[in-house]
Design a protein around this ligand. Sequence first.
Ligand code: SAH
Ligand code: SF4
Length: 358
Amino acid sequence: MPDATVNLYDLPRPALDARLASWGFSPQYRERVWTGLYRDGVTAPGDVTGLRPDLQAVIQERAHLGVLATHHESFSSDGLTHKLLLRLHDGQTIETVLMRFKGRATVCVSTQAGCAMGCVFCATGQMGLSRHLTPGEIVGQVLHVTRVLRAQGESLRNIVLMGMGEPLHNYEHTMAAVDILVDPKGLALAPRFITLSTVGVVPGILRLADEARPVQLAVSLHGATDAERAALVPAGRRWPLNELMDACRYYVAKRKRRIFFEWTLISGRNDTAEHAHTLGQLLHGMDAHVNVIPLNPTVGYDGGPSVPDAVRAFQDVLTSHGVPSTVRQRRGIDIDAGCGQLKAAVERKPRRSLPVAS
Ligand code: SAH
Ligand code: SF4
């Protein structure tokens, strides 16, 4: 592995330009490299076409592309969800999920290997944090699925930063990746189709608002009182609901955008009419939309998903508060497509299949 060389996917356009300029590339050749990486989708620096031979030699010698290898993959029974476990250069593995709705493919991307936030029902939280991903490792996931889609004549529309990890705990690298993804001369993904989901890292939300980052924001609530929320989401102790909701209101006012809230529905735990009323009151007067997600059970947590009647009743109460909501089924439950679940399952297998001493 050419560790001494730079992974070009790590560099947003201005940084790549500066690097290439220092290597003697004129603006025209710098643009050629960018479009080679993100329009043509080359998989090695030497494959960028249209460069002078001396420049091609330089780039081959000093750079590499962090193309991610498939460690494991599976498809849901309906074929619409393609779950990938991708391997990083240091052997870490991360999850990327490609979901196909009619004509609009969506990729769910990881921002960290593991997660430090410890939400009790989340398979990634149960693993702890290994490390942040670099911008190139985030971009590399998108490029990976773009290649899969391209081979089938399809293209990518939506990106959800909802895979493993907490994107606002890895703010700089996540935003560098977003800058690369939306560059009009590269992948040119539409910012309004990029959704960042956070557990509620207040300083990160304020920064997103101040920096006018063009992503859609989704905030994971799961509890509408501090005590109930903190029991599921330990980060709720660090950033209590009054601070979190102030940050959300600031975001809405500054960005003039609606916020999405996520609520994982756990049977008997946070899915009663009373819970829904408390949530409705919390969101009163705010431009908010709630996505309710019946729990995808994980090995490390004994809760179960809410039954369909409870889900409907929960939504009815929200409607009575004027709060719109949508049920999001976690797709591909049959292939461990919940956050962190494929990695947990794949890495459990060796232990499961240990020979029994006779
Ligand atoms: N760290 C970010 C983004 C990744 S998790 C966040 O927490 O928002 C994306 C969403 O999936 C979150 O709303 C999270 O609470 C939810 N989630 C995680 N594990 C789940 C599970 N087992 N069942 C249902 N939703 C889950
Ligand atoms: Fe981390 Fe999000 Fe999982 Fe919580 S739900 S542990 S923040 S990945």
